[in-house]
Structure formats: C-alpha cells, structure tokens
Design a protein around this ligand. Structure first.
Ligand code: ABU
Length: 507
C-alpha cells in the first residue's frame, strides 16, 4: 500500500473512534459555541475603537460578578459560556488599539491561530518523539534569529524561554558556567566572589536573577546611565576595575537594547571592547528592542549586537507575537547543554531508535514546556520578513508622529527629546500648573497629576497608558507603540484624550 493510503487509513480509523464516543457531539457543540464566542465577543467585539479598553471593577466587584470559587459539582455548558463572557468582560482588552500601557499589545490573527493550534496539539517540547515538528521548527526559527543578530551562518544555540526575565537568567547561568564550569556541581561555594554589571536603567530581572541564582543582587553592580538613558561606558570600566581591586571577579555585563522606560539602546561596540579587555561575557537584553533588527531602517540601533556572547529577544514585544514568546540566543554552540543537562534516563534515553541529538529538552531548566515557537513561526510564514519590516517601520513612524505632535501642543512637556525606540515619555501639565515651573512645590504637585489622569482613563476605559517616576524625575507618562494597526489619527486621539482628561485637573 502506498504511504499516503496508509496515512489516510489511519485517519479514518481515528475518525471512526471519535464518532463512536458518546461525548463527541456534546463536546463538539460546546467547543464550537465557545470558539464562536471567542471570535465574536473576545477577538473582534472588544477591539473596535469605540469599545472600552477596560471595564474597571474593584476586586470585590469582580468577586461578586464572577463566581470564582471552584465548586464540588459541575456547572452546565450554558453557565460555562456565561463564565467565559464574564472573564472576558472584566479582563483588560490588550488587543484594543488604545492599550498602549505595556511592552506588548494587539492581537495578530496569525499569531492567535498559531497559539490556538499549539493549545489544540498540547505538546511539551523536550524530546523529538513527543514534539517532532516543534523540535525542528525551533531549530529553524532560532537559527534564523541568530542569523539576523549577525552570528556567522546563524551558528550557536538558542532556546525559547518563559519570558525575558528567565532568558536574562539563562545568560547569567551560561556566563558563570563559561568562566567556572565547576559551578554546576560544586555550587557558589567553589568559585570566587563573582560580580556582574548592568545599567541603572536596565530591566529589574538582571538584578532579581542575580539574587535568585545565589550571586546576590548587591553583586549586580549598577552602571550609570547618561542623560539619554544609555550606559556610561567609562563608568562601566571604572566599576569593573574597582571590583577587581576589591578582590571580586567580574564575569558578565548585561547591556540593554531598548530599556523598559526610556527605550534607550546601550552602545554595544564600546561595551563589547571593555568586555573583551576584561574577559567578561557580554549579554545584550534586546527583549524590547530586538524587533528593530527586522528593519533596514532601524537595525542600526543595535549595531555591534553580533559581538555579544548572548542575546535576549522577545518576539511578543515589538514584533507583536502573542504572549509568551521569548528567546535566549547564544554564539556558544554547546554551552546550554553543558551547563544545564541532567540526563534523566526516563526521558533522554540514549539508545532510542532515532538520532537523539534531536532530544533538545535537556538544554532547558524546565522539563515540561509549551511550544511557543509555533505562533511566531506561523506569523513569519503569513507575513514574511517583509511584513515584520513594514510593521516595525510603521510603529516607529507612529511614535515619531506622536512625539512631534505633542511637542507642538499646550500642556505636554517632553521627558526625553529624542527617544530611540517607540517609547514616548512626557508630563501632562494641567492648566493650574502652567506658568508655575519655578514654584518650590511645582514638582511635588506635578507628581500627583499622572495618577489622577490614570484613574480617570481607567474608569472611563478610553485608553491605557502607564506612568512612573524615574530617579529624580517625578511621575511621567510612558506611551509605547507596537501595534501597527494604529495610524496618525490615533496619535491625535491620544493627545486629545490627555487634554480632555487632564487640562482641568487641580493639584
Ligand atoms: N518586561 C516587562 C516590562 C513591563 C513594562 O511594560 O513596563
């Protein structure tokens, strides 16, 4: 029998089996109704510009509106559909064009279907026998990403991680092992006092992971950032020298391509030179800014990234893949396996009938693992590299348009004149504070404005934009663009809304 007929016969058998299940029609009816609800009410119904970004409810109100407690007995399918609708209703609509609060947003139709296909297949990517297609898909996608980073022929290794923080943790783990392989078996007791360096404006994960991994958060030394938010390379070198004089062993620098608040890109080339001089591992956290590598116009922001020993790059951020889609890439081909493998004989049997080098799960610290690659691969297939490039160029253009627009409007004060990424930072100054810039309590009063505007915007559900203080700077807004469905009219909408919500505020 030809191979095709064999496959067909097997499919018929499976189909017969399902037809005979008494539960089939009940479950099929439920799944079809649930999917209809998802498509109509969640994916499309809530993402129009006239719908709300969020239907604000306090914790007690949510508890009253949704029966959150797991119960002894089952509820009906009708009730389950009501529960689905309620969960959606009180959840933030991150697919909404006016959700510009975080470093992720929007819903990509191909990414969503890729995500649903992943969930329907329910794989765990540790061995080829359990996840054959995903194992190969990860290999291809990660190689392509390494090639875009600039590693020669895409060589090296990489993994999908549960978020950028964990990817940054993998960097610490690999860097430490690279310098002191004995760390794997003997632990921190066997090595000198290790110190690492990152910018004071870096994502908190590097410091947090230093604590988590027994290095100690105090041994993650802050390097000063300049007035544009970029790492000060002279300060880096001085701090490395001082650490050596103190008897510590510098082993790693984490530079950032796209800082969380300012979207700044650290100067990789001079940082790489310092790393080479002191023989320390260079990691680039490009979780946010990595997407710019897809654009001929914007990839210069990450110039020199190919000099890094490792890179974090999250497609769920600038490239708008669904959560979560985060990668750790390294030019060192074998380090992930050497550093993390544990060779469990019940999973990674070496005497299997196929080439067990495809059993890649032991490179990870996770065992069970979702196939986060599929949604990204599916998007890439649907759009091509050129589609991602257009997307990136559009979101950068929107950010520039918004910045130029608010520079000309009353009430907006810019925090950073020339932001590099799609983050735009500003204070909205209500009428009561205009002209009071020299008053001694001006900053104290300005600090109170953003929380008041935020409360109004959330309660109305008209948009979601985050705010924060940063060092000496009192609360300011940070709006971020990574949804290429937005256009210049939307930029004006945001500015109008700040004016409507904030101009009459009294502080
Ligand atoms: N990596 C998470 C960043 C959170 C934010 O949007 O500020």
């Amino acid at each position: 029998m030809p191979a095709d007929s064999t496959i067909f016969a097997a499919e018929v058998k499976v189909e017969d089996h399902f037809q005979s299940l008494p539960e089939r029609s009940k479950h099929e009816d439920f799944i079809r109704r649930a999917v209809d609800l998802l498509v109509e009410r969640v994916v499309f119904g809530r993402s129009t510009r006239t719908s709300r970004v969020v239907e604000w409810a306090a914790p007690d109100d949510i508890r009253k509106c949704i029966d959150l407690k797991p119960r002894e007995g089952p509820v009906s399918h009708e009730q389950l559909l009501v529960l689905m609708a309620d969960v959606a209703r009180y959840s933030v609509n991150t697919a909404h064009p006016y959700f510009v609060n975080q470093l992720f947003s929007s819903v990509d139709p191909y990414g969503l279907i890729g995500q649903w296909l992943t969930d329907a297949l329910n794989p765990s990517v540790y061995t080829f026998e359990v996840a054959p297609v995903f194992t190969l898909m990860e290999e291809e996608v990660l190689r392509e990403m390494r090639s875009i980073v600039g590693y020669r022929d895409g060589d090296g290794d990489g993994i999908f991680c549960p978020g950028g923080s964990i990817a940054n943790g993998y960097a610490i783990s690999c860097a430490r092992y690279f310098m002191h392989p004995e760390i794997k078996t003997k632990g921190v007791y066997a090595v000198p006092k290790l110190v690492m360096f990152t910018s004071e404006l870096a994502h908190y994960s590097t410091r947090k992971m230093a604590g988590f991994m027994g290095i100690g958060s105090e041994n993650c030394i802050n390097v000063k950032a300049d007035k544009c938010g970029k790492m000060d390379v002279e300060d880096l070198e001085q701090k490395i020298k001082a650490a050596v004089e103190d008897g510590c062993k510098p082993f790693m620098v984490t530079a950032t391509s796209g800082t969380t608040v300012f979207g700044a890109f650290d100067p990789i080339i001079p940082i790489a030179e310092v790393c080479k001089k002191y023989k320390v591992w260079l990691h680039v956290d490009a979780a946010w800014g990595g997407g710019a590598l897809m654009s001929k116009k914007h990839k210069h922001l990450l110039r020199g990234i190919e000099m890094a020993d490792s890179v974090t790059w999250n497609p769920h951020k600038l490239l708008a893949a669904p959560q979560q889609c985060s990668t750790f890439l390294t030019k060192h081909k074998t380090i992930l396996k050497e550093c993390h493998s544990s060779n469990a004989t019940y999973l990674f049997q070496k005497d299997k009938f196929y080439d067990t080098s495809y059993d890649t799960g032991d490179k990870h610290i996770q065992c069970g693992r979702r196939a986060d690659v599929l949604k990204f691969w599916f998007m890439w297939k649907a759009k091509g590299h050129s589609g991602f490039e257009k997307h990136i160029d559009k979101v950068f253009d929107n950010a520039k348009y918004f910045l130029d627009h608010i520079k000309q409007r009353n009430g907006f004060r810019i925090v950073l004149e020339k932001p590099e990424c799609t983050n735009v930072m500003f204070w909205y100054v209500p009428k009561c504070l205009r002209g009071c810039e020299t008053d001694p309590d001006y900053n104290e009063r300005l600090h109170k404005v953003a929380p008041k505007i935020k409360e109004r915007m959330i309660k109305e559900g008209c948009m979601m934009v985050t705010y924060q203080p940063q060092g000496e700077l009192v609360n300011f807004f940070r709006i971020v663009f990574q949804n290429s469905a937005l256009d210049h009219k939307d930029m004006i909408y945001f500015a109008d809304e700040f004016e409507r919500l904030g101009s009459e505020i009294m502080v």
